[in-house]
Write a new protein. Structure first.
Ligand code: IPE
Ligand code: IPE
Ligand code: MG
Length: 238
């Protein structure tokens, strides 16, 4: 059994990124529509984000809707696009109580006016909070984010370096991803945090996101704490 105390006495990842995957399969296994999986997944986001903030994690990025997810059946896309409202109505209170600052990454030009306004409202209302940053990635793709960043720099006078491009990304001043967790059984990145996860430790877990518990998060962090992060150097190499 993974103990919280053992995890918190060792250095924690500053930035954890999670691919919220496996909602559909979780639902199918229970004879429920895929949308039931998305709903349960959204509830779980509240629980795990609050727990991560209590652990002392600085930033948690979550992949909620990719630039590729528009290819899904219209009814599923429509349902997923109602999630931000659910997020605001049902979960904002818990984030406020935990002093969690909410920001969004991803494109804003393909969302409805209601959702664009909602995202702005949630960011504005939480901007002075001092606790964990919850970065919700919506209509997000790592490639798209890099292309948009380059576009904003097209009139840049100086030569572009990594710091300049990094700061122009949606994640701007956020630290690089230390630990990337993908529940749901797939072992791929699916266009998430391509730049920010350059040296992230990867943890893939079979459990689908709606069943991902506090214990799974502790397990992933404990796994991270055992890794030897060399960043291309020789530290700890035999
Ligand atoms: C993740 O769960 C949610 C989104 C991608 C929006 P999926 O909907 O991908 O669930 P699976 O992978 O089909 O089980
Ligand atoms: C990745 O999951 C995107 C999100 C969780 C938002 P997908 O289910 O879309 O990824 P693939 O299709 O399995 O690569
Ligand atoms: Mg999936």
């Amino acid at each position: 059994m993974m103990r919280r105390k053992n995890v918190t006495k060792r250095p924690l990842p500053k930035h954890i990124a999670i691919v919220l995957d496996g909602n559909g399969r979780w639902a199918k296994k229970r004879g429920l529509p895929r949308t039931a999986g998305h709903q349960r997944g959204a509830q779980n986001l509240e629980r795990i984000a609050v727990f991560a903030s209590q652990l002392g994690i600085g930033v948690m990025s979550v992949y909620a809707f990719s630039t590729e997810n528009w290819q899904r059946p219209q009814a599923e896309v429509d349902y997923l696009m109602k999630m931000p409202k659910l997020f605001e109505d049902e979960y904002e209170e818990a984030f406020r109580a935990s002093d969690i600052k909410v920001v969004f990454s991803g494109r804003r030009d393909r969302l409805s006016k209601e959702n664009i306004d909602l995202l702005k409202r949630v960011e504005e209302e939480s901007k002075d909070r001092q606790g964990m940053v919850l970065n919700v990635c919506l209509d997000y793709g790592g490639r798209d984010e890099i292309v948009r960043a380059i576009d904003t720099l097209k009139n840049h006078e100086e030569p572009i370096d990594e710091a300049t491009l990094g700061a122009a990304l949606d994640t701007g001043a956020l630290p690089p991803v230390d630990l990337l967790i993908r529940p749901g059984g797939e072992q791929r990145i699916s266009n998430f945090m391509l730049w920010q996860a350059a040296y992230a430790e990867l943890v893939f877990m079979k459990t689908p996101w709606p069943a991902f518990s506090k214990r799974h998060l502790l397990k992933a962090v404990a796994n991270y704490q055992k890794r030897n992060r060399r960043f291309g150097g020789l530290k700890g190499r035999a």
